[in-house]
Design a binder for this molecule. Sequence first.
Ligand code: C5P
Length: 321
Amino acid sequence: MHVMRLLAPAKINLHLRVGAALPSGFHPLLTWMTTVGLFDTLTFQTVDERAEPALQFTCDDPGLPTDGTNLVVRAATALADAARQAGRDLPGLRIALTKRIPSGGGLGGGSSDAATTLTALSRLLRLDWPTDRLAAVAATLGSDVAFFLHGPSSVCTGRGEIVRPIPRPRPRWAVLVLPGLAMPTPDVYRQFDRMRFDGKPLGSNPRGSDLANEPDWGTWSDLSADRLLPLLVNDLEPPAFVLSPQLARLRTDAEQVLGRIVRMSGSGSSLFTLTDDEPGARAAAGRVAARLHVRAVAVELAPVPAEPAKTEPVRTERLES
Ligand code: C5P
């Protein structure tokens, strides 16, 4: 019996430009994402070959489904199917998920869990697939699953699944404001479409963004927090703030309390700001939590995993069977 435990990091979208919807309904994106130091934990265990069911999945959050709709189960099933097609005889699997990344928060928790599952099972089942091969499976699971196979700082295009690593941002810390609201991503994109087609103003983005015009990422990644923050845009903020005026108010209040720019991650509801150092982030998180009575945490930005880059932190150990 083998056990492997991995941490699955959250992400934030530092910058997110959204183009007009494609016939598929998906939207072309240009986004700079980084991992942040807020983690779910996944434990993978192989069990007796003849175990039934072949996959047992448990999660400590009763609000999440544990059936075939959970992204962890979908990732494990996709990988196991591919392994069987390659003629592999598979042991039974037990997977346990401990959630700390809020769901529906625009932090990519489910996608990160799925990517971590692909990485773990590729090693545990001794497939040892290269990242490109895992990324092809990842793209079938969700738009930002592939990002988590690369990280910690990448530009993502297409519908989010084309990933290009770039240097980590110079600011080392972020403050996450976690309002405990679940923003359904499809609703936010639908509202984005409505605002375009109704001809209402959509912030700086009346017709969908011109995605061909990429920033100079090398310059951006070298800017301090105070210089980078004013350049960052999230095209999903206007539609998200129409759907949730409460979230719009929280953003305004957080900017007032902190005296600095606060942005939304992904389709919300998480908000963030950046700082150059840890004490600044901790002080800011404390101020937001005390004044606005909302959960706020200081997290490291794009934490660099120890070697080997894509699989740490990993602990594999042989247990008594
Ligand atoms: O790919 P994922 O499952 O994360 O997407 C969730 C939903 O977000 C999609 O069903 C779609 O409505 C919307 N979406 C989009 N364009 C993207 C990514 C997601 O419209 N590039």
